[in-house]
Design a protein around this ligand. Structure first.
Ligand code: Z5A
Length: 206
C-alpha cells in the first residue's frame, strides 16, 4: 500500500493556517485520498495536555526557554510516534498545522536558542523524518498580529513583542530559502480566496 502524504502548514500568528487547512483537505479528498488533520503542539490527548501547559500564562511560575523547547519536542514525539507515522503507513494523508519548522522559527529565531541544541533534539525525536511538502504562509508581522489580536485574549506566545515575531518571520524565510525542494512560500497578505487559489495551484503542480 502507498504511504500517505505528510503536508505541513507553517507561518506566524494570523497567517491563516487554520483557515487554509480545510482547502487542502478538500482538495485531497476530491482526488480520492484519505485525509486527517492535526495540529502542533497537540493532536493526541497527552500532546493536547502539553499544549495547554505551553500556552498558559501563569502567575505562580514562568516556563523557561529550555522547558518550552523540551515540551515542544515531547508533544511532537508523542504525536509523530503514536499518530502521524501509523496513519501515513496505512495510506492516510496527514495535514499538520505547524510542525518542526515552527521550533526552528520560534525557539531558534524568536527565542534565539542554540540551534545545535535544537538540531540534537530533532535528531532524537524525528531522525530523518520530515514533511513531503511544507507550505509557509508569509505575511507582514503587524498584519498578522492585528488579525490575531482581533480574536480577544492572548496566549503566552501571542503576548510577545514585535521584534520576537520579526525574528520568527526571518527564520522561516531563511529556512525556506535553504530548503526550496519541499518548503514553498505563499503570500498570506492577499484576501483569503486568493491565498486558497495560490495553494491549490501549488498542489496541482506538486
Ligand atoms: N509554537 C512554537 O513556539 N514552537 C513550536 O514548535 C510549535 C508551536 C509547534 C501555537 O499556537 C503556538 O505555539 C504558536 C507558536 C508556538 N504561537 N504563536 N504565535 P496556536 O496554534 O494557538 O496559534 P497559531 O498556530 O499561531 O494559530 P493562529 O494565530 O490561530 O493563526 P492561523 O491558524 O495561522 O490563522 P487563522 O486562525 O486561520 O486566522 C486568524 C484570523 O485571521 C481569523 O480571523 C481569519 O479569519 C483571519 N484571516 C486568515 N487569513 C486571512 C486573510 N488572507 N485575510 C484576512 N484575514 C484572514
Amino acid at each position: 500500500m502507498a504511504k500517505g502524504l505528510f503536508i505541513t502548514l507553517e507561518g506566524s500568528e494570523g497567517s491563516g493556517k487554520s483557515t487554509q487547512i480545510e482547502v487542502i483537505k478538500n482538495y485531497l479528498l476530491s482526488r480520492g485520498h484519505k485525509v486527517e488533520c492535526v495540529r502542533e503542539p497537540g493532536g493526541t490527548p497527552i500532546a493536547e495536555d502539553i499544549r495547554a501547559l505551553l500556552k498558559e500564562i501563569r502567575e505562580d511560575d514562568r516556563l523557561c526557554d529550555k522547558a518550552e523547547l523540551l515540551l515542544m519536542y515531547a508533544a511532537r514525539a508523542q504525536l509523530v510516534q503514536t499518530f502521524i507515522k501509523p496513519k501515513l503507513e496505512s495510506g492516510i494523508d496527514i495535514i499538520c498545522d505547524r510542525h518542526d519548522l515552527s521550533t526552528i522559527a520560534y525557539q531558534g529565531g524568536g527565542r534565539q536558542m542554540n540551534m545545535a541544541d535544537i538540531d540534537a533534539l530533532r535528531q532524537v525525536v524525528l531522525g530523518s523524518f520530515r514533511p513531503d511538502l511544507t507550505i509557509l504562509l508569509d505575511l507582514d508581522v503587524k498584519v498578522g498580529m492585528a488579525r490575531a489580536r482581533n480574536r480577544g485574549t492572548l496566549d503566552r506566545f501571542e503576548v510577545s513583542k514585535i521584534d520576537f515575531f520579526e525574528r520568527v518571520r526571518q527564520a522561516y524565510l531563511d529556512f525556506a530559502k535553504a530548503h526550496e525542494d519541499y518548503v514553498k512560500v505563499i503570500s498570506a497578505e492577499d484576501p483569503i480566496e486568493t491565498v486558497s487559489q495560490n495553494i491549490l495551484k501549488l498542489l496541482e503542480k506538486y
